[in-house]
Write a protein that binds this ligand. Structure first.
Ligand code: FAD
Length: 466
């Protein structure tokens, strides 16, 4: 049994949805493209699962958050795929790939042949068993990667109202889930080994703001230790957790957010790898010229930092997918991908965005006892990153524009004093007098790219639930 397609997207997540829209825009013919996904639904905006989907009142549900609502583009319902002649092969896992024969074998025994393949298999949640602890299959232990995880989590939250939850992990998933649990009237203890939350991005000072805010909502932080084992009742339900520091915590439910791993195993030994992902060039082409890789699994060149990275964030999934399709469909008109890393999160009434790189010296700014504050990162004398909580659209657009230029900064005190107004003022000057920007004594703008045009990466945050 087999079918042939000119273009196959393997994976049905964020990148797949944005790739499909781009294929449609570029005029793919009916019957040429298929998406194969082991999920039972058409591509959707995954970030909604830890935000709008978990709200106690008026939660987001499909079809409300199918891609590409997160970027204010068309919302691609299953009907949209039918209308565009794009085949959705859902609930179907690909179990092996042969890059020489250009075939994929599905768990249902079908062989699918492609001319061009886009790998968009994303990442999976790391399981407790991978850190030597049993219990993933217990009915009250939850992960959060896909719709079925989110549905289980919602059901558990409903059953545990007024009870206790342990959140294992202090990263994105842990922080967003802890907020949702509280909003669903569940007492939360967060357990993680670091000395502060979101250790890969936050500074201790930024983390302390969020921890205090969470504490004010009733969340307890148990830091510097980790889970040793889960305790079960006779029905196999978790009733508590032993921690490595000897403490015991009672639990009605557990949420595990201990990281993610890229889904790349189908291609190991067949394609070149880097940073744990599939190595691609600036057109997202892998070491095999018929195969492209996008989203969480792609290790791609970041021109701005002269580096190659894998970025597990939704903005990168959206943009890498679009770029790869452009490269496939119109190779003569494509320019090199020039990405400015952008991450965001929202929980409770808080909302932050980060642009660039968090390396070098940190300069905090703003009102850490209020609602608007942030930090700049200055590396080798250049502004390379900016974090802002509580900003407005104008602030974030300015940050994206200015960080992309990597201006040379001579006076760190000026960054601290002016805060976000610093980048806003610089971006306004850029807009008014692009060719001969007046250089302030303390600040020189260094043009990273030739010419003046700055492609500000405008945040995709218009939808409340995405
Ligand atoms: C709960 C949650 C909240 C998030 N919130 C944010 C946020 O606020 N901000 C942010 O920047 N990022 C966020 N992210 C990260 C963001 O969602 C990911 O970076 C993005 O989804 C990556 O897109 P992708 O298409 O590469 O992978 P995915 O969206 O994960 O899609 C991969 C798809 O491939 C399928 N698949 C994998 N292997 C196979 C196979 N062998 N056969 C068939 N199908 C397969 C998977 O089932 C899935 O459908 C969040 C992630 C999660 C899980």
């Amino acid at each position: 049994m087999g079918r042939d397609f000119a273009y196959v997207i393997l994976g049905g997540g964020v990148a797949a949805g944005y790739a499909a829209l781009e294929f449609a825009k570029k005029g793919v013919s009916h019957g040429q493209l298929c998406i194969i996904s082991d999920e039972p639904v058409a591509p959707y905006e995954r970030p909604a699962l830890s935000k709008g989907f978990l709200l106690p009142e008026a939660p987001a549900r499909l079809p409300g958050f199918h891609t590409c609502v997160g970027a204010n583009e068309e919302r691609l319902t299953p009907n949209w795929y039918t209308e565009h002649g794009i085949e959705l092969i859902l609930g179907t896992r690909v179990i092996s790939a042969d890059t020489k024969l250009k075939t994929l074998l599905t768990a249902t025994g079908e062989t699918i042949t492609y001319k061009f393949l886009i790998i968009a298999t994303g990442a999976r949640a790391v399981k407790l068993e991978e850190i030597g602890i049993n219990g993933s299959n217990a009915e009250n232990v939850c992960y959060l990667r896909d719709l079925s995880d989110a549905t289980k989590l919602v059901n558990m939250m409903r059953m545990c109202t007024g009870g206790n939850a342990i959140v294992i992990g202090g990263g994105y998933i842990g922080m967003e889930c802890a907020a949702s649990l509280v909003m669903n009237k569940i007492n939360v203890s967060m357990v993680f080994p670091g000395s502060y939350c979101m250790g890969r991005l936050f500074t201790p000072r930024i983390a302390s703001y969020y921890e205090e805010f969470y504490k004010s909502k009733g969340v307890s932080f148990i830091k510097g230790t980790s889970l040793s084992s889960l305790v079960f009742n006779s029905e196999g339900k978790v009733t508590g957790a032993n921690l490595k520091d000897g403490r015991y915590l009672h639990a009605d439910m557990v949420v595990v957010g201990i990281g993610a791993r890229p889904n790349t195993n189908l291609f190991e030994g067949q394609l070149a790898f880097e940073n744990g992902g599939i190595k691609v060039n600036n057109r997202f082409q892998s070491s095999n010229t018929s195969i492209y890789a996008v989203g969480d699994i792609a290790s791609f060149p970041i021109k701005l930092f002269n580096d190659t990275r894998r970025v597990e964030h939704v903005d990168a999934a959206r943009k890498t997918a679009k770029h790869a399709v452009h490269a496939i469909m119109e190779p003569k008109t494509i320019s090199d991908f020039d990405y400015l890393p952008f991450f965001y999160s929202r929980a409770f009434s808080l909302s932050w965005q980060f642009y660039g790189d968090n390396v070098g010296e940190v300069v905090h700014f703003g009102d850490f006892s209020g609602t608007k504050f942030g930090a700049y990162w200055v590396n080798n004398g250049r502004l390379v990153g900016c974090f802002l909580e509580g900003g407005g659209d104008e602030d974030y657009v300015a940050i994206a524009k200015v960080v992309r230029l990597k201006p040379v900064v001579l006076d760190l005190g000026e960054l601290e004093r002016k805060g976000v107004d610093f980048v806003v003022a610089v971006s306004q000057k850029l807009a008014v007098s692009p060719p001969s920007l007046p250089l302030k004594k303390s600040v020189y703008l260094w043009y990273a790219a030739s010419g003046f045009v700055v492609g500000a990466s405008v945040a995709a945050f218009a939808y409340w639930h995405v």
